[in-house]
Design a protein. Sequence first.
Length: 206
Amino acid sequence: MQSQHSTIKALFLDIGGVFLTNGWDTEARKEAATKFSLDFEELNGRHRIIFDAYESGKSTLDEYLDLLIFHKKRDFTPKDIKAFMMEKSEPFPEMIELIRTLKRKYNLLTIAVNNEGKELNNYRIEQFDLKSFIDVFASSCFVHMRKPDRDIYRLAIDLSQVKPTEIIYLDDRPVFIEAACQLGIQGIEHIDLDKTREALAKYGLT
C-alpha cells in the first residue's frame, strides 16, 4: 500500500555511479591502455566518436571494439578486452539494499533510466541481480535514446503511468537530473548513501 506520508509512486534510477561502479569509464580506459599497451589518447579519441552508437544500441560490442582497438593487429583478443571491461563493474550493496527496502515498503515502481551498451548492460543486470529491485529497464541500448535526450525521460514517464510530480529521479550527474526536471520530475543528486537517504526522507521515503 502506498504510504500516506509520501506522494511518490515511482523511482527513476541511474545505475553506474549509484548502484554499481561506472564500469567502462575514463579510468577504466586508462587502465586498459596501460594493461594492453595502447595509446590512451588515440583510444579515448576513438571512444568519444563511436561510443554514442554503442550506447544507443545501434552497434554491437564487437563492432565498437573493432573500431576502438582492433582496426590494427593486436597481440591480444577481443575476448581479453571484454573480460577486462566486465571486471570493472562492482556493486554498492548498501545503495541496492536501500532502494530494495523502500520499493517494498512503499510499493514503488522502479525504472532504470541509464546510458549503457547492450552487452555491458545485460552483464550488469544479471551479475548483480538488478531485476531484484528494478522493474523496467529503459536503458539507452534498448530504447535507442541516450540521456540527456528528453525523449528517454518521456518514454519512462509513459511506461510508469504516473505523473512526473510523483516521480523521483536518482542520478549522480546533475546535468541528467536537470534535463529530467525540465519535464516536472523531481531529482536527487546521488553523492553518497547518507545524503541520498536524507534526500529521500524529505519526500516521506524513510
